[in-house]
Design a protein around this ligand. Structure first.
Ligand SMILES: *[C@@H]1O[C@H](CO)[C@@H](O)[C@H](O)[C@H]1NC(C)=O
Ligand SMILES: *[C@@H]1O[C@H](CO)[C@@H](O)[C@H](O)[C@H]1NC(C)=O
Length: 706
């Protein structure tokens, strides 16, 4: 043990510094530390233990601590969290998964939702049932429709994910300048969006990404989450980026964590960084892998199940990492806890939070995130269902199976409202049918096919409707009655449904959470109006043959058609598509010219990309028959297409210079001269043109790799 350096003195200085103002050494004879074990020279030094399941440091009085807690859409069942069997802490609000809450395009709602999640999470912590660190949110852009974890994210757009992540972190951590409610973690850094693509797996995939795509697409959500919203932690991902595993990549880790966030590895990522079978084989031993991670700025190694636990003490003894790296890791990890009031005692802020009253917010988010994809002949809403004069057949594997609505990383909801139960509660004559209509169809296969689709550690091979389910829909559409299809999950290509005249309407609910059934029935019956937008491109099923999942490029080249609405042009439904029960017009007024030098010169922000641009005030008029929300999406078009998207109910689009900038081949954000056209609505309802004059300005200079 003797060659193991004692750890934690830096931490102690941080936590207790100032107790002996002006003193060079703590007073171990008469000062407040005299009976603390830190002053006990006979106590053995403790080994570094930079693992997620930390046994603590007894010399410092730091108890065991599980850094691994999850709350992607509500407090989840997960290592660090202990649920009660009944009563308080046997349930927590289960909101829609991010793909659905993201579809609401409403940052204010996201912040409210995350405030509830953070409040409940903190109540679990206060009750001794969880720890302060939550590895949430997942903000990787949903690059490929096959990705098994796409539903954990708010969708395919970098700017949307940036805004969602910022709002989520503000909600989780709270807005108090001194104390965080809990600690949020931006994951997975970076370019992680593949579980299993042919011979590549997430444990050994080397994502080849151009600097331009990194700066423009893969990294902005992390810049927003870490730099701007100040999440206290970042998770490095399994994959490598351009030859270097993310958790050993100091270029990315040190440049991102500019606010001294601690970095945690994804679980077992450090194991797969070394010489483990199926991994990167980036280092020749596990100890060398641990050293590479610690040196690069990965401060804590999550260990789940694969291999043995990473042994930081052994790696330190082998001189695989330096004392400086160890000190940095300790400071960054525990600094987060200091900032979340871990050392503030019983009267610290947020220590009073108990099981919270969250009323109907989960329902509101589910309604706000449900997208009306198709509505021929204004078939929806069905306003006369509840009067008992009509009956409805509800068919399908999730109509009365509420557990399908939650998605990955779920906890236990206080209740679980499936569509059939919701319909019956509304007085609707609902027949839940699966027998005769499903004859000849192997529904168990359909269920398991759908169940297998969106899942951690497996991607899909197909984005077509499962054949068994399509066959049921085709049979129903042949009966001569109007059919409404309600879709769960992420991507399936609706092309075969669009050619069935009796499939009058299609709703997409994603993973709508504990109130998903009520949300869907409220929309079907017109109690609520749909206003959400598709947060990802709906690709035709043949896309999977044209775009290998391992191709990270956004831009098309040759037979490769590119990715996302910015580059891919043959969508079945485009990103931002979403119908309403009414019609809208938009009017606006905007200046015609701006000088780049005035815009940049008058800005007081530390980072030029955050400088505000003139707010665009829009008036949205509902010209149709029903009240409804409306999300004003703005798409920037010009010589190079570029999005700015924002949400505004009926007021103003608040944007900044980043919204107008483009990223050059070296990753720099540049505000170019030229005429810009902002297209409002999808499809375009109004447009605004303006010109930037002067000379181009660099808003953010991208650090170049060595
Ligand atoms: C919206 O306007 C179009 C074109 O006038 C019309 O066909 C459609 O029925 C309207 N939708 C609603 C819900 O009123
Ligand atoms: C938009 O509205 C704000 C607040 O009313 C106002 O200050 C601003 O000048 C308006 N912008 C334009 C371009 O009219």
């Amino acid at each position: 043990m003797s060659n193991i350096a004692p750890v934690g003195l830096l931490l102690l200085a941080y936590a207790l510094g100032g107790a002996e103002a002006g003193a060079r050494y703590p007073d171990c004879s008469n000062g407040p530390l005299k009976s603390n074990v830190v002053c006990d020279t006979s106590a053995a030094p403790e080994a570094p233990r930079q693992v997620s399941n930390s046994p603590g440091f007894s010399k410092l009085g730091l108890s065991a601590y599980q850094w691994w807690n999850e709350a992607l859409h509500g407090v989840a069942h997960n290592r660090g969290i202990t649920w009660a069997n009944s009563g308080s802490f046997s349930a927590a609000t289960q909101f829609p998964q991010a793909i659905t809450s993201g579809a609401a395009f409403d940052d204010g709602l996201v912040e409210q939702m995350a405030t509830v999640i953070g409040t409940e999470a903190r109540a679990f912590v206060n009750a001794g049932r969880a720890h302060l660190d939550f590895w949430t949110p997942n903000i990787n852009p949903f690059r490929d429709p096959r990705w098994g974890r796409g539903h954990e994210t708010p969708g395919e757009d970098a700017l949307r994910n940036k805004k969602f992540g910022e709002a989520f972190v503000r909600g989780m951590q709270g807005n108090d300048p001194k104390t965080r409610r809990v600690i949020a973690t931006c994951k997975h850094f970076a370019a992680y969006d593949l579980e299993r693509g042919g011979s590549a797996t997430r444990f050994n995939f080397d994502a080849k990404v151009s600097i331009q795509d990194l700066a423009e697409y893969y990294l902005p959500p992390f810049q927003g989450c870490a730099r701007d919203a100040k999440a206290r932690s970042v998770m490095c991902s399994y994959n490598a980026v351009n030859g270097v595993p993310a958790c050993a990549n100091s270029y990315y880790l040190m440049d991102t964590t500019t606010d001294n966030q601690y970095v945690v590895s994804d679980c077992d990522a450090v194991y797969y960084l070394g010489n483990a079978n199926g991994g990167h084989r980036y280092k020749s031993s596990y100890a060398a892998a641990v050293g590479a991670a610690l040196e690069a700025g990965c401060d804590n190694m999550c260990w789940a199940t694969d291999g043995t636990a990473p042994d930081a003490a052994a790696a330190f003894n082998q001189k695989q990492f330096s004392q400086d790296a160890l000190d940095r890791a300790m400071v960054r990890q525990y600094q987060g806890l200091v900032k979340a009031g871990y050392f503030d005692g019983l009267n610290g802020m947020y220590r009073n939070l108990g099981a919270a009253d969250v009323s109907y917010l989960a329902l509101r988010v589910a309604q706000a995130g449900t997208v009306l994809l198709k509505n021929d002949d204004n078939t929806l809403p069905l306003t006369n269902l509840a009067d008992g004069s009509n009956s409805v057949a509800m068919i399908g594997f999730w109509a009365n199976a509420a557990d399908k609505m939650l998605g990955g990383y779920s906890g236990s909801p206080p209740f679980n409202h499936d569509p059939v139960t919701a319909a019956k509660a509304m007085g609707i004559k609902a027949n839940y049918a699966s027998g005769p209509l499903n004859s000849g169809v192997d529904t168990s296969a359909a269920v398991s096919a759908a169940h297998k689709s969106d899942k951690e550690s497996s991607d899909r091979s197909s984005i077509a409707w499962p054949a068994a389910q399509l066959s049921v829909i085709q049979k129903l559409a042949g009966l001569g009655k109007p059919v409404v299809v309600v879709k769960l999950g992420t991507h399936v290509d609706d092309t075969p449904l669009l050619s069935l005249p009796n499939v009058k309407a299609i709703l997409w609910a994603g993973y709508p959470g504990q109130d998903g059934g009520i949300a869907v029935m409220n929309i079907i019956t017109g109690i609520a109006a749909p206003a959400a937008r598709l947060p990802m491109t709906m690709y035709p099923s043949g896309y999977t043959n044209q775009a290998p999942i391992t191709n990270m490029a956004l831009r098309p080249s040759g037979p490769y058609l590119g990715r996302t609405y910015k580059w891919y042009k043959d969508a079945v439904f485009p990103f931002g598509h979403g119908l309403h029960y009414t019609n809208f017009s938009i009017s606006t007024q905007f200046p015609e010219t701006f000088s780049i030098q005035d815009l940049v010169g008058s800005c007081k922000e530390m980072h030029l990309d955050l400088c505000a641009f003139e707010s665009l005030n829009v008036t949205v008029t509902n010209t149709g028959p029903r009240p409804s929300d409306y999300v004003v999406l703005g798409f920037m078009s010009g010589d190079i297409s570029n999005v700015i998207a924002g949400q505004a109910q009926a007021a103003s689009l608040n944007w900044n210079l980043r919204s107008l900038a483009r990223v050059d081949g070296s990753g720099n954000q540049i505000l170019y001269l030229g005429t810009y056209t902002l297209l409002l609505g999808r499809p375009t309802v109004a447009s605004v043109a303006f010109t930037l004059t002067g000379t181009e300005a660099v808003l953010d200079k991208w650090p170049q790799p060595n």
